[in-house]
Design a protein around this ligand. Sequence first.
Ligand code: ARG
Length: 273
Amino acid sequence: MCPPDYFRVEYAINPWMRPETCSVDSRRARAEWSRLRDVMEIVAEVELLAPSADLPDMVFTANSGFVLGNSVLLARYRHPERRGEVPHVRRYFSDRGYTIHELPAEVCFEGTGDAILDRGGEWIWAGHGFRSDPDAHDVLARCFQLDVVSLHLIDARFYHLDTCLAPLTGGYLMYYPGAFDAPSLSAIEDRVPSERRIVVDEADAATFACNAVNVGKTIIAHALSAGLRERLLRIGFSVEVIPLDEFVKAGGAAFCMMLRLEDERNRPARVKR
Ligand code: ARG
């Protein structure tokens, strides 16, 4: 995670960002972020990336790359406003001895925002349409030797895959169908049996329900309707709601605000050195 010291809404690179009309309450942002970190520390070990004064979106570390084992594929941001984050992230991973993969110059890829390891099967769900290029999906498959299921995003409010799809422990998949084109919905249905699909409605999607963090049986989200919460509880998850309103002003919530370095489910994650 990256502390929100310099978090602001200064430019608009997604439909949620309105720099002219919204102002971020920095104290509130700090309190929300700290609460998220405190809850994360119960279920995981949290490492911090030092923030940088000229990079107001750096708090959204999910975008900085895709990590599996001791390898990382670094992001190449679509928008110049975020490109300055990459050298900080490269340094973080090179200092820790990771194998670093980079994309060809013309290919954009926004990390775990658009590439999420399934939590039941051995594949990566990958989004394209707004930020990441489909060519990045081939690079992902090659670097990590995993199947990549390409999904086409069609609603600008859900510009990153992690805003509309959340793989959950046990092979469940929580997603908002309205964010995808028809072939993508078929690809989801081919991989996930109907009893494992948790279809979310537009109202829940628009309050970032799918941008939830899942560790083991715990789900952490900015907001969930009573109905959705009930469905998750019924299949054995525990649910923690942490309001992240200041960050929603920038188009992100819980999942965006961390980059998963290890996965308790399948891979050994970081190889011990
Ligand atoms: N303002 C940031 C952007 O538009 C928000 C990123 C949210 N991150 C995410 N993984 N969805 O790039």
